[in-house]
Write a protein of this length. Structure first.
Length: 263
């Protein structure tokens, strides 16, 4: 059995930063594995640990710089990794879900995994649509916002719980092969051990261009263009109360009275 996990590198911005054109100056950025993808990796690795003959492969769309970050998944137990990048992707200011899905679909068609796990969203653009778009592209069944997964390798159906709006949880069955978008809290992602970090350096990490995976760069949709980037205006000030609980409670009550809020 094979589980393919899509993983992304996301940037964390310092509290104080400067904008340079259509981007934030690199000195204010730190990079890490996307939070939701971290849970997807853990779910795949736990499945591999519980059953024999389960291979975990990660797939990433990103430049060479991302390899240091995506090796975190290898250090946590994934068996090998794939990275796709191309000049055509480099030129794009925004990679929308359909473009990502088209690229990842080529990887899925080549790897033929039984399960594809993606994070519900990435922490930067937060589109939250790539996983479902990928399922449509490869004609796989899908389940979104999964917070519990029960699957026995070889079965034709996976049982899962889905988190819906309003605190509702749906219990569902999904035919396999399937694409599942994984919600945070489904498990407790592990920290990479020193041994795992060392082993990750020798695990396969293949880099491919679009042409090498059979994707026509000229045929990519690329419908979105970033035209402007600015820091939002602060509409109000924040007042911080310091002191003991009694002192801060009194100060808060006085402020609320001044604002016309009565008990």
């Amino acid at each position: 059995m094979k589980v393919l996990v899509t993983v992304s590198e996301v940037a964390d911005v310092d509290d104080e930063f400067e904008i340079d054109g259509l981007g934030i100056e690199s000195r204010y950025l730190t990079y890490d594995l996307n939070e939701w993808d971290n849970y997807a990796v853990e779910e795949a690795v736990q499945l591999a640990e519980a059953h024999d003959d389960v291979e975990v492969v990660t797939a990433t769309i990103g430049p060479e710089r991302t390899e240091e970050t995506i090796r975190q998944a290898l250090a946590k137990g994934a068996d090998r990794a794939l990275r796709v990048w191309d000049d055509a992707l480099e030129e794009a200011s925004v990679l929308d879900p359909m473009t990502k899905a088209q690229v990842l679909a080529a990887v899925v068609e080549d790897e033929e995994p039984d399960l594809v796990l993606t994070g519900v969203q990435t922490g930067d653009d937060a589109f939250g649509a790539t996983g479902v778009a990928l399922a449509s592209s490869v004609d796989y069944a899908w389940g979104a916002v999964v917070n519990q997964l029960d699957y026995e390798p070889g079965n034709d159906v996976a049982n899962l719980h889905r988190e819906l709006e309003g605190g509702i949880e749906e219990i569902a069955e999904v035919d396999v092969p399937a694409v599942l978008t994984i919600q945070t809290g489904i498990n407790e992602p592990r920290y990479a051990s020193l041994r795992g970090i060392r082993q990750a350096q020798s695990k396969p990490l293949e880099a491919h261009t679009l042409d090498e995976i059979g994707v026509d760069a000229d045929g990519l949709p690329l419908p979105l263009t970033l035209t402007d980037l600015e820091e939002p205006e602060v509409e109000s000030d924040v007042e911080l109360f310091e002191g003991s609980p009694e002192e801060t409670a009194g100060a808060l009550a006085e402020m609320l009275r001044d604002q016309g809020v009565e008990a």
